[in-house]
Design a protein around this ligand. Structure first.
Ligand SMILES: C[S@@+](CC[C@H](N)C(=O)[O-])C[C@H]1O[C@@H](n2cnc3c(N)ncnc32)[C@H](O)[C@@H]1O
Length: 399
């Protein structure tokens, strides 16, 4: 499909935008990023929106842009929407998702325009206001409502975004299907609800490596194999390491169950800090390592410092081992912890942790407003530990 697409980003928008930027760069996609807002971006070119929605972990929904307007008036909207009005169901739901600086006057103009148009077409069109889902400033219809109200089939979710003086008007054509993702999760033979990473985040980490099919991804703390599974689903070879033999057994069963075409999986029961003793070869790393003990409440500064000191030994060993195995330019995507404390402080590792082993951080979002959002924060309402997502690259030699 050729054209313009409004892509609505997930809760952790910089992470989702970085995922798209890396996919574009690594695969030399025939689409490019044309504009971005806080929660959305505009892609231009040849793009299969259904394939893209399936491929990424961080995109919420994709709208096909019907046109762009420099002035908002009835005639301009008629030109865009008359083809849609000729084919309306007698009864349906509709709603709007607004991005960027669409003013409340402009929002009301759209709402009034459709209310009148649907009335004139003698259909029962029921307006669906976006729910906030606990997130402030949320002005977008959530995929759960898109599916439950049939907005992709009989109804409409109009996505409207404004940049400078141009208003882009789109209609949502695909959205992230939470039911299908949860099925993929629950169907696995062995699960570990406490320590396993979400499928969505695992897919984002795999995509952030920028590896392409036939290349090999290593997860040195693979647990039950969620990241390896997502790597295999996008056509990569996968190597998993874990020091817990039960985790390796579980990962083996889960990946066997997957039966995903060509490509290979190798699983090794070993300590990640001793990787250099194993004859493993790989092109990049994506991992969620152990982040310390499970916390039910915020730690004190002293406890957080102690946990960081204990973890430092493991991560120091990991980066040392990786620096011996990896070549210049190869990627490491890793989650490192940040501890909010009861005293109100935030404690995390210094970047020396990886820099002393020849790794540097690389933020793919070069736009000025994203200069300070790196590492990306992956938030969770229930987790007492912040997950910081670092994108690193092996620099030649050890500084
Ligand atoms: C947070 S879990 C990873 C979960 C994994 N992403 C999944 O979805 O199942 C961390 C894993 O690291 C493993 N681990 C801890 N220390 C390790 C070490 N030094 N070497 C290898 N594995 C280690 C643990 O056994 C655990 O399975």
């Amino acid at each position: 499909m050729n054209g313009s697409f409004l892509v609505v980003l997930g809760r952790d928008a910089p992470l989702s935008l970085a995922e798209l930027v890396i996919l574009n760069r690594a695969n030399r996609t025939p689409w490019t990023l044309h504009a971005h807002w806080k929660n959305a971006c505009l892609l231009l070119g040849a793009l299969d929106p259904f394939e893209l929605q399936e491929r990424v972990g961080g995109t919420v929904k994709i709208a096909h842009v019907l046109g762009s307007l420099s002035t908002l008036d009835q005639a301009a909207l008629d030109q865009l929407f008359l083809p849609i009005f000729s084919n309306l169901e007698p009864r349906f739901y509709y709603g709007f998702s607004f991005f960027g600086n669409v003013s409340s006057k402009e929002q009301k103009f759209f709402q009034a325009y459709f209310k009148t148009a649907f009335k004139e077409n003698h259909v029962k069109a029921m307006y669906k206001a976006p729910k906030t889902h606990g997130e402030p400033n949320q002005n977008s219809i959530h995929p759960s409502e898109i599916f439950s109200r049939g907005l992709l089939d009989t109804g409409f979710d109009f996505c409207i975004a404004k940049k400078n003086n141009t208003i882009y008007v789109g209609r949502t054509i695909t959205a992230s299907n939470a039911k299908a993702i949860s099925k993929r999760d629950k169907e696995r033979v062995l699960q570990n609800k406490v320590s396993a990473i979400s499928i969505r985040l695992a897919r984002i980490l795999v995509n952030l490596t920028g590896l392409s099919p036939t290349q090999t991804l290593l997860d040195p703390f693979c647990g039950v194999g969620t990241i390896l599974q997502e790597a295999r689903l996008v056509g990569l070879n996968a190597v998993g390491v874990d020091q817990d033999p039960d985790a390796i057994k579980a990962a083996r069963q889960n990946l066997k169950y997957l039966k995903n075409g060509p490509g290979q999986t190798e699983l090794v029961n070993a300590d990640a800090t001793h990787l250099s003793r194993h004859p493993l070869s790989f092109d990049g790393v994506a991992t969620e390592p152990t982040l310390g003990p499970y916390l039910t409440r915020l730690p004190s500064v002293n406890t957080a410092r102690q946990t960081l000191a204990e973890l430092e030994e493991i991560f120091d060993g990991l980066f040392r081992a990786l620096s011996h195995k990896m070549k210049k330019g190869q990627p490491v995507v890793i989650i490192l912890p940040e501890f909010p404390t009861i005293e109100g402080k935030l404690l995390r590792f210094s970047e020396k942790l990886f820099e002393k082993h020849g790794f540097v951080s690389t933020n793919p979002l070069s736009f000025p407003e994203y200069a300070r959002v790196f590492p990306y924060l992956y938030t969770s309402d229930t987790n007492k530990i912040h997950r910081l997502i670092y994108l690193l690259e092996k620099r030649k030699g050890i500084p």
